[in-house]
Design a protein around this ligand. Structure first.
Ligand SMILES: [Zn+2]
Length: 396
């Protein structure tokens, strides 16, 4: 027993330094890995496409922020923030408010200020947007100004996008973005900005900031800045990922994800040509798609991209094709194409065969789509060219 204890203690003493080294290496790797994720918040999104934005109405309760007579900053911040949340919801972005009422977390300013960035970090938010109003000893200064997290290029980019939208809204918002050494920005692990919406000390700003119409316009400008930020990040990725690979219909490829299949003619016959399906940067944040799921939006986007083929490739669907409806239930997608899919189709039997194959391969490349029902003008069992009837649900 004594010998074993001694042996173990020698082993342990010898082992202490290597163990410390190994643990430090692991910690370093984890820190580097995490900071990379934080620096590229959007780039890891392509598979899930859930965007979360923390909207932080500055101050609350006994902490009124700045004021002008009976007009308190905390109230303006909250009204604008609630409108921003409403706007974001319309375009598939999940808003997370740090407060929905006139209150402070645990009734303590200290705890409250710490709690705000924690909400962003706990929810793994993509962005943190803090909303404030300004004040100045003279009534001269006016306009909005966006501050970004010190040393964060992504935050700077977000600030630029938002400031641009604010300038579009009102010329007086022509102030330059600035580094903002604020606690909430520094503690948020995602890109973070603080927006001074205007000056309560300036009569015109004050009138606007208390006007529900301007508050709404302000919220829309912030939403547009956020969308532009996400879109610029996602389209960067799209270009990197574009592939050019030819596959024939016979080749047994293993259903790579997010592919488009076009037709082309070759000396050996018709071929399917594969291209990378791009993330629908132009569709995803559209208000009309807000009640569709991510996969349903991907289907619409895939069909739209098929209908707009690159040079020298042919769309498997007639140019006049429209989508009347898309639904996914338990992985089975039902797509209702407009009657033009049939009335404008001019190919023969082979083209019909390859066209359907291209559409199927494209849609089955969207992860989670297991089966396909193709309707034409609301009817099952029709045919686009008269050679193949679309009766049964096709499984992947
Ligand atoms: Zn403030």
């Amino acid at each position: 027993m004594g010998a074993l204890t001694m042996y173990l203690s020698i082993k342990l003493r010898r082992g202490v330094i290597p163990v410390i080294i190994i643990v430090s290496i692991i910690i370093t790797v984890v820190i580097i890995y995490n900071s990379q994720c934080i620096n590229n918040p959007v780039l890891s999104k392509q598979s899930e496409m859930i965007f979360k934005v923390v909207v932080d109405p500055g101050h609350g309760s006994i902490d009124t922020g700045t004021s002008y007579g009976e007009i308190y900053e905390k109230d303006i911040n909250l009204r604008v923030a609630l409108l921003v949340a409403e706007e974001l919801e319309k375009v598939n972005i999940i808003p997370i408010l740090t407060r929905k009422k006139d209150k402070l977390y645990m009734n303590s300013r200290q705890k409250d200020i710490r709690h705000r960035p924690e909400i962003a970090n706990k929810n793994k938010a993509d962005l943190f947007i803090s909303i404030h109003a300004n004040n100045f000893p003279s009534s001269q200064p006016s306009g909005s100004q966006v501050f970004y997290k010190p040393g964060s290029g992504e935050s700077r980019k977000l600030a630029e996008e938002i400031q641009q939208e604010l300038i579009k809204l009102r010329q007086a918002n022509q102030r330059s973005i600035k580094n903002g050494d604020f606690y909430v920005l520094k503690k948020a692990q995602c890109p973070a900005v603080l927006i001074e919406t205007g000056f309560l000390s300036n009569p015109t700003d004050r009138e606007r900031l208390t006007d529900p119409v301007y508050q709404k316009q302000l919220a829309i400008a912030l939403k547009n800045g956020i969308i532009n930020f996400f879109q610029s990040r996602l389209s960067g990725k799209r270009q990197e990922k574009t592939l050019r690979t030819n596959v024939s219909l016979e080749s047994n490829d293993e259903h790579p994800s997010y592919q488009l299949y076009y037709l082309t003619d070759s000396p050996t016959g018709i071929l399917l040509v594969k291209r990378k399906l791009s993330f629908p940067t132009n569709n995803f944040f559209k208000q009309e798609y807000s009640n569709l799921s991510f996969k349903e939006i991907m289907i619409i986007s895939a069909i739209n991209q098929l209908l707009d083929p690159p040079d020298n490739l042919i769309s498997p669907l007639p140019a006049k094709t429209k989508i009347d409806d898309v639904k996914i239930n338990d992985g089975i997608a039902t797509i209702d194409f407009s009657k033009e899919t049939k009335t404008s189709f001019s190919g023969g039997a082979t083209v019909e065969l390859y066209s359907l194959e291209a559409v199927k391969k494209t849609l089955f490349s969207i992860p989670g789509i297991k089966g396909l029902n193709i309707l034409i003008n609301g009817k099952k069992g029709d045919s686009i060219g008269g050679h193949i009837f679309l009766k049964e649900t096709v499984m992947k």
